[in-house]
Design a protein around this ligand. Structure first.
Ligand code: MF3
Ligand code: CO
Ligand code: CO
Length: 269
């Protein structure tokens, strides 16, 4: 099937070719390197605005482009979501204190290709419950990624994440999802982090998308604050998220946003 621009699509999802993997590899690597570098600044006393300033300057130094500055009126180079903030936290004067956990989400455009990744950080010492939440969220993402191969479905990805998270007595956020990406930031399909085996579109070689589960210690419901961006847990429970950009290969999947420094999880590196 072809769309009106002549691109090959399946179920409205664009199919990319092998040269396109090179573009995504380069964009994903830059995004992951930025997340590696900002890690040294995450500590009690830092503000989320300081972290975002570093990211903005790092993007400029590298001669690449932020995908979030100017996106739907958003004005920052990252989203920084602390403790019970689920996603889309706006960097600002908030001072980090010991034991805070935070997700930093960066999307860059490199030669027209979008690299989108986020991971968890800790300011100071990591509490027991927060550590469990972070471990389960990370493992949920990796189980979702393990389900990516031609012939499986998007429902298989969601099911793998949901069953693991719920077996650990935590909940998967329903109100936000992953997305196709490539030469655009957000494209079909919606990548749900819950689902039924065999449900949803069939995965094919050449599909590019993110998997970015948000997991709450308490209930899954969220609400968006009056700033129209910040999403928080309704029950104020802690929330965590990890995000990779991936491409479907002939035999499985390639992760474009692996951490070159091996620091994707806050207790690594
Ligand atoms: N990077 C986010 C995602 O994973 C989107 C952020 S959009 C912004 O899809 F405008 F809030 F930055
Ligand atoms: Co994303
Ligand atoms: Co993101």
């Amino acid at each position: 099937m072809h769309d009106k621009t002549g691109q090959t699509t399946r179920d409205g999802i664009r199919i990319y070719g092998s040269a396109d993997f090179d573009g995504m590899r380069a964009a994903g690597k830059v995004a992951a390197e930025i997340l590696d570098e900002v890690a040294t600044l995450v500590k009690p006393g830092a503000t989320t605005a300081m972290l975002d300033d570093f990211i903005r300057e790092d993007i400029a130094r590298r001669g690449v482009v932020s995908a979030t500055i100017g996106y739907k009126g958003y004005r920052h180079a990252s989203c920084i979501s602390v403790n019970h903030v689920v996603c889309h936290g706006i960097p600002g004067p908030k001072v980090l204190t010991d034991g805070d956990i935070l997700n930093i989400d960066v999307t860059v455009i490199v030669d027209g290709w979008f690299g989108d990744t986020s991971r968890m950080y800790v300011a100071g010492s990591l509490g027991r419950k927060a550590a469990r939440l972070i471990d389960v969220t990370h493992e949920g993402l990796m189980r979702g990624i393990a389900a990516v191969k031609p012939g499986n479905t998007f429902g298989d990805i969601g099911h793998a994440i949901q069953t693991y998270v719920e077996a650990n007595k935590m909940s998967v956020v329903r109100d936000f999802c992953g997305h196709g990406l490539g030469r655009v930031f957000h494209a079909p399909p919606n990548v749900l982090h819950y689902g039924r085996p065999g449900g949803g579109p069939v995965l094919e070689e050449g599909m590019f998308f993110t998997i970015e589960p948000m997991v709450n210690l308490g209930r899954p419901e969220t609400k968006v604050l009056a700033d129209d961006w910040t999403a928080v847990t309704r029950d104020k429970s802690l929330s965590a998220q990890f995000e990779h950009s991936v491409g479907v290969t002939a035999t499985g999947c390639e992760i474009f946003t692996l951490s070159p420094a091996g620091k994707f999880h806050p207790t690594w590196g």
